[in-house]
Design a protein around this ligand. Structure first.
Ligand SMILES: *[C@@H]1O[C@H](CO)[C@@H](O)[C@H](O)[C@H]1NC(C)=O
Ligand SMILES: *[C@@H]1O[C@H](CO)[C@@H](O)[C@H](O)[C@H]1NC(C)=O
Ligand SMILES: *[C@@H]1O[C@H](CO)[C@@H](O)[C@H](O)[C@H]1NC(C)=O
Length: 473
């Protein structure tokens, strides 16, 4: 599948410039360009000018050989400026420095489906500094204040397997895998640098909401940290591609192992633009049976403008998640529109934090809503491994069919009025295995309360708020 559009968008200025200087190249129909540029290919891709990091996605249908392609460019894997070749059964991506001229050469090659400049990635946490009460400040040693009354919850579920056998790949800033809420179920999988330790907190918080004990939805799922974002919560499209390559190959290995149910890529981040390489990497993962849950983004704008959230809605099996507050209103920060599939709680979410094994914190953002969705996905996969374990389209259909309809207020701006639900609605049959339920009345300082919560992990925790009885999650 040739995607010249993406290339054209990204190097539009290059083509415009070339038009003036080299009409023959620019004016030649695409099928001829390869031959013409090929004459200068070697020197073009070898020699300098302004270099930029690009992701070169190869078209599997052309049976590309990445090393051979590099050598046709006069480059080799161990050259300076050739950083990586990522290969899995769904796709191959070469990450290298290239001049604009070299990008044109690459785009002219039949085996290349997209050439794209590396672009920035940002995690979608928000209101970090205005979290209403104290536990963020607790984690910062800055004292405690605030009102704990709103944290009086019950989590209802029918089946206490809660996602067992499902791998949740938390593609984020890393995860503090030693945190008490993970009970040994979290491991470091991949990192673009050093370890997958979380120097930011975002990934740990997200992982805790997806699958942590007490704070999380799928409390028995496996958590695999895939660190693609730095300790400031930002990163690059190249690193997300590297992380997804690792996930796809690991998923294929895991499929052969006993007890394996399926995989979810939990991705609470986005670009500021659309990137065809990132999109195709995700679509390739879906083709391999991996489920994908992504954040809508926090610009209060249309989720269709950026990758990967624009893959939601009718566009693919990706589930794009927006945020609502405790009174079921669309969060003012949440991206919206037809690319959003479903909304989930994303304000003042309490979960694990990265600075200690018993530290928790409140954060808000579509980043916090997304792992709620990933957690529900994991429980549905576990409940029907044969039907939903490795079938992203079927799981998405099931998830959306279970969503609570028309309970969301606020400015939906073209989004579906659909709120995440695990289907239980608080009415757990007495015959079910609902093993523990606790309604807590919190007294004392938030610090004391937090300590109590993380040291009594034997019990299930909420999600049905007594403040917000309509909403299940
Ligand atoms: C590139 O250079 C190598 C060695 O210099 C040569 O063998 C190869 O044929 C050249 N390829 C093209 C497309 O010009
Ligand atoms: C790659 O390009 C970047 C600019 O995008 C430059 O800073 C870096 O030094 C280059 N690295 C190599 C090895 O060419
Ligand atoms: C939820 O959001 C709506 C709309 O912005 C706002 O009016 C309401 O006060 C919010 N509720 C809470 C509990 O923050």
């Amino acid at each position: 599948m040739k995607s010249t559009l993406a290339f054209a968008t990204l190097v539009a200025s290059v083509f415009a410039a070339a038009e003036v200087n080299d009409v023959s190249v620019n004016g030649t129909p695409q099928e001829d360009r390869d031959g013409i540029i090929g004459l200068t290919r070697n020197s073009t891709c070898k020699n300098g000018g302004k270099m930029e990091m690009v992701n070169v996605m190869l078209d599997k249908d052309e049976h590309p050989d990445a090393l051979q392609l590099l050598s046709r460019l006069g480059r080799a894997l161990d050259d300076d400026g050739v950083f990586a070749v990522h290969d899995n059964p769904a796709w191959t991506v070469i990450q290298m420095n290239a001049t604009e001229e070299c990008m044109k050469v690459l785009d002219g090659m039949a085996e290349v489906s997209v050439v794209e400049r590396e672009t920035k990635v940002q995690s979608f946490v928000t209101q970090k500094d205005t979290a209403p009460w104290g536990l963020q400040r607790l984690s910062n040693e800055a004292g405690a204040s605030g009102d704990p009354q709103g944290q009086n919850f019950i989590y209802s579920f029918e089946d206490d397997k809660l996602g067992a056998g499902v791998d949740v790949y938390v593609i984020d800033t890393g995860v503090r895998v030693s945190h008490a809420v993970f009970g040994g179920r979290a491991v470091e999988g991949f990192s673009f640098e050093g370890t997958a330790a979380d120097g930011d907190g975002h990934g740990t918080h997200v992982a805790g909401t997806a699958a942590g004990q007490r704070f999380g939805v799928a409390q028995n799922a496996n958590i695999i940290a895939v660190k693609v974002l730095g300790d400031d919560g930002s990163g690059s499209s190249s690193n997300t591609i590297a992380g997804m390559n690792w996930v796809i190959n690991n998923h294929i290995k895991r499929k052969a192992q006993p007890g394996f149910v399926g995989s979810i890529m939990q991705m609470s981040w986005g670009l500021q633009t659309i990137a065809a390489t990132v999109d195709q990497a995700i679509e390739g993962a879906i083709d391999q049976g991996i489920h994908v849950s992504v954040a809508a983004g926090n610009d209060g704008a249309d989720a269709c403008r950026i990758s990967p959230s624009h893959l939601g809605g009718a566009n693919s099996a990706v589930v794009t998640v927006g945020s609502v507050n405790i009174t079921n209103s669309v969060s003012t920060f949440s991206n919206v529109g037809s690319c959003v599939d479903i909304f989930a709680p994303g304000e003042k979410i309490l979960s694990a934090w990265n600075v200690g094994d018993t530290v928790i914190n409140f954060l808000s953002g579509t980043s916090m809503a997304t792992p709620m969705n990933s957690g529900v996905m994991a429980t549905l996969m576990q409940a029907d491994p044969a039907g939903l374990g490795q079938n992203p389209a079927a799981l998405k259909a099931k998830l959306l069919s279970m969503g609570r309809k028309n309970v969301i207020g606020g400015n939906l701006r073209g989004s579906p009025n659909l709120l995440l639900s695990n289907g239980v609605d608080g009415k757990v049959p007495t015959t079910s295995k609902r093993s523990a339920e606790e309604r807590r009345t919190v007294t004392g300082s938030p610090a004391a309360w937090a300590k109590d919560m993380v040291t009594n992990l034997g019990q299930r925790w909420v999600i049905e708020s007594t403040d917000s009885p309509v909403r299940h999650f």
